[in-house]
Design a binder for this molecule. Structure first.
Ligand SMILES: [Zn+2]
Length: 174
């Protein structure tokens, strides 16, 4: 077992079943990790309240040497946002990032979201995240028609679209 004492922002709950719950956590030194907390929904397990998405926590993670999997041994909440826009931005950051790529600027911004120190709009928070990870929306054009009037970013395709092309794309899908 390797122990990591670190700070992290809980981005999302990624999976849960009767036995355990898995979280996506952006740590300042390891980057994003997926880590399981065992039986967090039992009333006795007080860990759960410190693992809500939107929480900045002091964490103790244990990593198994055999498979590299992480478990959450301890989480102590420092701050937590209840702003649904900040929580959506964190889910977006989760979609946009790979595991184990430390990014101190991104951690700093996610921390600002968790503590409420970022007061910009939701759209601005998405732009900040994109620009930190190197996809600068100010230089982006619509992937379909080349328009500079970008309205949407599709994480699953890593693609920007304008309003018109997005509605066309939606129609063609459904
Ligand atoms: Zn377009």
């Amino acid at each position: 077992m390797i122990e990591h004492d670190t700070w992290g922002v809980i981005l999302d709950r990624t999976r849960e079943d009767e036995l355990d719950t898995e979280y996506s956590i952006f740590t300042w030194d390891l980057g994003k990790v997926r880590a399981k907390a065992i039986s967090v929904r039992k009333p006795a397990a007080r860990l759960a309240g410190h693992l809500e998405p939107g929480t900045l926590s002091r964490l103790r993670l244990v990593q198994r040497v055999t498979d590299g999997n992480f478990r959450i041994a301890e989480s102590l909440m420092e701050e937590k946002t209840k702003d649904p826009r900040a929580i959506r931005a964190m889910i977006f950051a989760d979609q946009m990032t790979a595991l184990l790529q430390a990014d101190i600027s991104l951690f700093g911004f996610l921390k600002d979201l968790a503590t409420g120190s970022f007061t910009g709009s939701e759209a601005l928070s998405y732009r900040k995240i994109l620009s930190i990870i190197g996809l600068d929306p100010s230089e982006a054009v619509c992937a379909n028609c080349g328009s500079k009037e970008i309205a949407y970013f599709l994480p699953q395709d890593i693609m920007f679209l304008c309003h018109k092309c997005l509605s066309e794309k939606k129609q063609s899908i459904g």
